[in-house]
Every structure is written in structure tokens, then in C-alpha cells.
Design a protein around this ligand. Structure first.
Ligand SMILES: Nc1ncnc2c1ncn2[C@@H]1O[C@H](COP(=O)(O)OP(=O)(O)OP(=O)(O)O)[C@@H](O)[C@H]1O
Length: 331
């Protein structure tokens, strides 16, 4: 469905020197520097896959999504989306894809969302009967109710984002590029959006690439993740396998009936947190069974769970690792 081969997007940026005189001189003698936003990435995505596209700020995620949706021309490399070269922006291609950016809006500010939906129906040439069916479905699934007939400017951020998503899906795109679709939303609205995105993917077999700094989005939606850093691919595979690789240890989370002293806990494993009657221990995977049975027999345990390290931690460790590697190469 999506094939990316050695994709590069480099920008020539004017170097602005400090100081007034130097700035004046630069009007006549400009010097340029190259920003390698994307620097040789390759991957394949199958129809219906949900893939998380992760990386620190400035890694090149948005640039890649813009190239995939035909908004930016690549400097080099080959990109195919369902058999189309995105930069040609053929009508058929545009009808198959949608790029939703959490920080940009397509709804017309002074008009109700229903007017933008109608506009998109006309732009994408959606047959009336299909439009009505899709709209009814979207209104139901996203619980839009009469929101769609209020002026967009009167909607809250969460209400607006739900309507943005509905506007993006009126033509039932087969490929969805979602760039931070839940940014700024409260946790319950994030969960609503996630449930909806997953059900759209399952209902229509749509292929989905998602970028998000909220790891709950990634954990809920993306069995596979592609991690990029400084425009280069640093991981492509299962989310679980990534967690295993970066943080093979497990966490034993204990809720206790009474306060126990720190020594009793540290004899069982590395204490990550300990706060009165709750404690989190970190132990190697192979020691989980022993730790659990020792905790149950030696401590007043009310409740016990075994978990992976939080995904936020795994990611920041991964980003720190690649930064350190770059530092070592650069030194
Ligand atoms: N038009 C442009 N001209 C010059 N440099 C650019 C341009 N657009 C992006 N860049 C640079 O390319 C790099 C990648 O930017 P991009 O927006 O793709 O990152 P990102 O991974 O989406 O980051 P974030 O998580 O912060 O949104 C950054 O260093 C950015 O400053």
C-alpha cells in the first residue's frame, strides 16, 4: 500500500549571521546551510496496517507525512501510495488519502461544520446516498449531535477536533495520515478519538500512519512503530519488541495493607517508587515469578500487578540512546 525507498528531503536555509553589519552584508552575500529533515528512510506498509511514526521534536515526522500526502516534493527517493506517486497529486490519489493535522484546521471558522462537510462532499464528488450514510455513521460514532450545526468558532477544542476528523472522513479515505490528532485534548476526549480512529480502521480496512507525542495513543492504536531521529530510521518493528529491547525489565506494582520499610522492598528488587502503601519494583524478566512469590509470602500484599515500563520512559530512553550514539560518532 505504501512504499518508501531512500526518501530524502533537504532544505537549503539562509544562514543569518549575528550582528547588524553582518546581517547587512548577508543581503548581498548569502550563505546557505542544508537542513536534512529526512535523510534516507525506507519502509513498506501493508493495506489496513496501523503504524505509529515516532521520534523526538524535529525528527522529520511531519515532513515525511507531507511528502506521503503530496504536499512536499522529495529531494530524492521513491514514494508510492496505493500505486500513486504523491507529488503528482492525481484526483484519484487525493480521493484515497487524507492528512489530518492536529494543529491545523480545515473547518470554516464562521460556518457550522455541516457546511464544511457539504463542501467536502462536493470537492470529493461523494454520491449523495453514500454521503448521508457516512455522515450518519460519523455523527453517531463521534457523538456529534447538534454540534455540526453550531458555528465552528463556538466549539471547544475537543468538539472541533471531532468535527475535523469527521470532515476528513466524509470521502472515506483508504489511507489516513494523522499528525498529532489528539494534541491538546483532555484524556477522555483523547480516548474517544482513539476508539473512533480504531473503529474506522477496522470498519473500512483503512491504512493509518499516526504521529503522536501521547504514548497512550500509540499503545492503543499501533502494533507497529517506525522510529525516526534526525531524519533517519532508527527502529521499525513491533511496539512490544521495541519495549522488550529497550527495557527488558518488568515492573511489579504492589499495593500493601500496611506500611513496610524500604529494606523489605529492596531485598526483592530495585525500588522505583515507594510511597506509604504503594511500591513499584523493577526486576529482570526471568526473576518476575520469584519476586512475585516472595512478595506474596513476605509482605502484606493487597493487590499486585506485573507491567512493562511506561512507554514514555521507553521512548525517552531510546531517544537518549540515539543522541548518545550520535555524540560518540561526532566526537
Ligand atoms: N520549510 C522548512 N525549511 C527549513 N527547515 C525545515 C522546514 N520544515 C521543516 N524543517 C526542519 O526539518 C526538521 C524536521 O521537521 P519536522 O516538522 O518534520 O519534524 P517533526 O518530527 O514533525 O517534529 P515535531 O515532533 O516537533 O512536530 C526540523 O529540523 C525542522 O526545523
Amino acid at each position: 500500500m505504501i512504499s518508501v525507498r531512500d526518501l530524502r528531503k533537504h532544505y537549503q536555509v539562509h544562514k543569518r549571521p549575528p550582528g547588524l553589519m553582518a546581517a547587512l552584508r548577508s543581503v548581498f552575500h548569502r550563505t546557505y546551510t542544508t537542513v536534512k529533515a529526512v535523510d534516507g528512510i525506507s519502509f513498506e506498509i501493508k493495506p489496513g496496517e496501523r503504524v505509529g511514526f515516532l521520534g523526538p521534536n524535529g525528527a522529520g515526522k511531519t515532513t515525511t507525512l507531507k511528502v506521503l500526502s503530496g504536499l512536499l516534493h522529495p529531494s530524492s527517493g521513491e514514494v508510492l501510495v496505493d500505486g500513486h506517486v504523491p507529488r503528482h497529486r492525481e484526483d484519484l490519489f487525493l480521493k484515497k488519502i487524507m492528512l489530518v493535522m492536529g494543529q491545523k484546521q480545515q473547518l470554516i471558522w464562521d460556518l457550522p461544520p455541516s457546511e464544511t462537510f457539504e463542501l467536502n462532499r462536493a470537492i470529493y464528488d461523494v454520491p449523495r446516498a453514500q454521503y448521508k450514510q457516512t455522515l450518519d455513521e460519523l455523527v453517531g460514532l463521534l457523538e456529534l449531535g447538534d454540534l455540526i450545526s453550531k458555528p465552528t468558532r463556538q466549539l471547544s477544542l475537543g468538539e472541533r477536533m471531532k468535527c475535523e476528523l469527521a470532515a476528513a472522513l466524509i470521502h472515506r479515505p483508504k489511507v489516513l495520515f494523522l499528525d498529532e490528532p489528539t494534541i491538546g485534548l483532555d484524556v477522555s476526549m483523547q480516548a474517544t478519538m482513539r476508539t473512533f480512529i480504531k473503529s474506522y480502521n477496522e470498519r473500512y480496512g483503512a491504512t493509518l500512519i499516526l504521529t503522536s507525542h501521547y504514548m497512550d495513543d500509540v499503545a492503543a492504536l499501533c502494533p507497529r512503530v517506525i522510529v525516526i531521529d534526525k531524519g533517519m530510521l532508527s527502529y521499525d518493528g513491533g511496539l512490544d519488541a521495541l519495549v522488550q529491547r529497550v527495557r527488558p525489565e518488568k515492573r511489579v506494582v504492589l499495593r500493601l495493607n500496611q506500611v513496610v520499610d524500604a529494606a523489605a522492598l529492596s531485598s526483592l528488587g530495585k525500588v522505583v517508587t515507594h510511597d506509604n502503601v504503594t511500591a513499584v519494583l523493577q526486576v529482570p524478566q526471568e526473576a518476575v515469578n520469584t519476586t512475585v512469590s516472595r512478595a506474596l509470602s513476605s509482605l502484606p500484599v493487597q493487590d499486585l500487578t506485573v507491567e512493562n515500563a511506561p512507554l514514555e520512559e521507553v521512548m525517552s530512553e531510546l531517544f537518549a540512546e540515539s543522541k548518545a550514539q550520535r555524540g560518540a560518532v561526532g566526537s
